[in-house]
Design a protein around this ligand. Structure first.
Ligand SMILES: Cc1cc2nc3c(=O)[nH]c(=O)nc-3n(C[C@H](O)[C@H](O)[C@H](O)COP(=O)(O)O)c2cc1C
Length: 212
């Protein structure tokens, strides 16, 4: 009896802290280049996600690049250089300000999906071939959410950015990444400087139906 009871209490406590972490996760645009946790701990968060987050057919197609220090700065230089070529001179200053805000952070996590795995799945399961690219996006999103939540649980603030596919070529060249990796998202993070923006919540009435 007793061990079961202990396990039950443990699960309940863990459940409560998971709910708090989900509620606490927000988008932080104002971040600085300090970190409340060590680089090793940030790496551990990523390793934990890569190991335990589910993937379609257990394909484990997610690939992650952690950019710190000068590598983090280099990424946002690439983004700036790329956007400067395509955005009108007059409106570039707003974009530049936004990019500088991400560059001001401590690091950036790049999320990729390995399309070698996606095309292998398509070959092995032809009836579902058209689903696998979507599954890869879902798999990446699960990793993004878990890492975003865990970073914030450890005192960091993050946001989710999508400068792909504009920056894909330069990013792969810069960090010598495999051709089969597709860039899905960029997550700049650092210590939050301001509170996150006020968030509106749509009513739940039309967002959940329960039948029993
Ligand atoms: C799939 C997805 C894509 C997003 N893309 C961007 C983006 O490109 N740039 C950005 O600033 N925020 C992006 N966001 C963040 C959302 O704008 C943000 O999560 C939403 O406004 C809710 O705010 P919260 O994160 O503070 O809860 C994205 C979020 C999701 C889930």
């Amino acid at each position: 009896m007793l061990p079961e009871k202990i396990i039950f209490i443990k699960i309940k406590i863990m459940g409560e802290s998971l709910i708090n972490s989900i509620i606490k996760r927000r988008t932080y645009y104002s971040i600085n280049n300090q970190s409340s946790v060590s680089d090793k701990e940030i790496e551990e968060i990523i390793r934990l996600a890569l190991t335990h987050i589910p993937s379609a057919y257990n394909s484990q197609s997610t690939r992650i690049v952690l950019l710190l220090g000068k590598h983090h700065a280099m990424l946002w230089q690439i983004v700036k250089k790329t956007l400067k070529k395509i955005i009108e001179h007059d409106s570039f200053s707003a974009t530049e300000k936004k990019i500088d805000g991400f560059a001001a952070g401590y690091g950036t996590i790049l999320f990729f999906e390995d399309y070698q795995i996606v095309s292998d799945l398509q070959k092995n399961f032809p009836a579902y071939a058209m689903n696998f690219p979507t599954f890869a996006e879902h798999t990446s999103a699960m990793h993004q959410f878990a890492i975003w939540t865990l970073l914030e649980e450890n005192g960091l603030g993050a946001s989710l950015q999508h400068y792909n596919p504009l920056i894909d070529k330069e990013v792969k060249l810069q960090w010598h990444l495999p051709d089969t990796w597709k860039l899905i998202a960029q997550m700049p993070f650092g210590t939050p400087v301001n509170e996150p923006a006020k968030k509106e919540f749509k009513p739940l009435e039309n967002r959940i139906y329960v039948f029993k």
